[in-house]
Design a protein around this ligand. Structure first.
Ligand SMILES: [Zn+2]
Length: 132
């Protein structure tokens, strides 16, 4: 029984983000440091995604919806989302995660639609609390 992975648009993500049980996972590599990021997103670079996957499972404890993205969400985002879904399937651990989603058009689409970009350097990002 393969877990299905679907896409969400930026607009859908804006409303999903209001819920406390969602985690956004940015899988870009170095681009995150200069281009900014979606407020509150976690950073798990695609380059060593698989090595860190158990940390990610810990980080998203209590969340039921995960949204993956990279720059365009064409290669790295979907591939990490799939790795994560496969990992959960093999681990057979009850993580409570119901939905694994991919942000359509990625960070680039998010930014070009004029949605807010956070430029903080905190790891993890503290989210929207201090943003203008
Ligand atoms: Zn931030």
């Amino acid at each position: 029984m393969a877990r299905s992975i679907s896409y969400v648009t930026g607009a859908q993500l804006v409303s999903l983000k209001r819920r406390p049980n969602i985690a956004i996972i940015d899988v870009r590599d170095d681009e995150r440091s200069h281009d900014g990021h979606i407020a509150g997103s976690l950073h798990y670079a695609s380059g060593n995604f698989y090595e860190k996957i158990s940390n990610l499972v810990q980080d998203v404890k209590g969340k039921d919806t995960l949204v993956f993205h990279c720059v365009l969400s064409q290669v790295r985002g979907p591939s990490c989302a799939r790795k994560f879904a496969n990992y959960l399937e093999e681990a057979k651990e009850d993580t409570g995660i119901k939905d694994i989603l991919i942000l359509e058009r990625g960070f680039s689409g998010w930014e070009s639609s004029g949605r807010p970009v956070c430029h903080c350097t905190s790891v993890p990002c503290k989210g929207e609390t201090g943003s203008a």
